[in-house]
Design a protein around this ligand. Sequence first.
Ligand code: ASP
Length: 368
Amino acid sequence: MYKKFLFSLLLLHKLFHTIFRDKMAKIPHILIIYTGGTIGMIKDYQTNVLHAFDFDHIYKSIPELNHLNCSIESISFEKPIDSSNMNPEYWEEIARIIQQHYSRVDGFVVLHGSDTMAYTASAISFMFENLSKPVIFTGSQLPIGHLRTDAKENMITAIEIAAAQMKNGRPKVAEVCIYFEYKLYRANRTTKTSAEQFEAFTSPNYPELAESGVHLKFNKPALQSIGNGKELIYRRINTHHIVLLKIFPGISKEVIQHLFNLPGLEGIILEAYGSGNAPTDPWFINLLKKALERKIPIIDITQCIAGSVMLGKYETSAELLKLGLINGYDITTEAAVSKLLYLLSTNEAQHKLKSLFESSLRGEITAV
Ligand code: ASP
């Protein structure tokens, strides 16, 4: 009798488990952070100008969001902005939202204008150490309300990626990324290369992290390994006096002199030619020397879209190596700017700025 009772209890338990298994399985919870950009814009047909629209508009425009296998919640900037108006204060606003909700949600999707998305997403990647949840930036080239919009696919797949989990419930992606036009990129490897094609971004020096076709295919070896169990560390980035100087044949001494003599200048990023080469004119070398004597770090990056700086490979960069310029290797301009601002904002890092800049902090350069 007792055995029978136990047996039926066991059966009941099994039945209950099978029926409710799916219902009880925890579905991922995703937070969408809407900052502005074309993705949430609407056309004023009287002036032909695009204006930022209310976030509700995005929800109404994509009813498909309700059918995703995850729960979604959203937070919007009080005044959504065109990303040309982005700055470190807004980076801070995005980072604060992520930090506040980090332990509660499974992943983040940041809707952002494409113009400066690579700068913001790179900055966010530096601001968080030991990230173990996905932060996926996306946007679009055409407004959400447009007939041929790329916004829907970008947004839906970005959410799917943020919600993608392994069997053990851990996220498949645990880093800051940009998803655009069927491809997932490491944020700090990405650059905007087209002002009008749907495929607006490229990651010239690092493979794509995932591709979306009939299936979502993740490039596992390229992904950042998932969390080291250490606590999330958040550091803010402040505004600093830095110069981004793209050299060109015939650049005048007066212009460079003026820029380098700015009182309070804290750093220079030199967008040099090819593998980091620059003019060997004595006046140019002298201006670099003087800046270095004032303890202003100078970072040598390449203006080429792909490939790496190799200081000392040519005579035109041998002097730069001797002077002690910082080697930016294959870093993108966007990551170089946000990394320099990040290191200047972090007191302890300033003493070892050269060695930190030359090492990969968040997978932004190919370690040598
Ligand atoms: N100007 C827009 C922005 O970056 C372009 C876009 O959203 O793609 O905010």
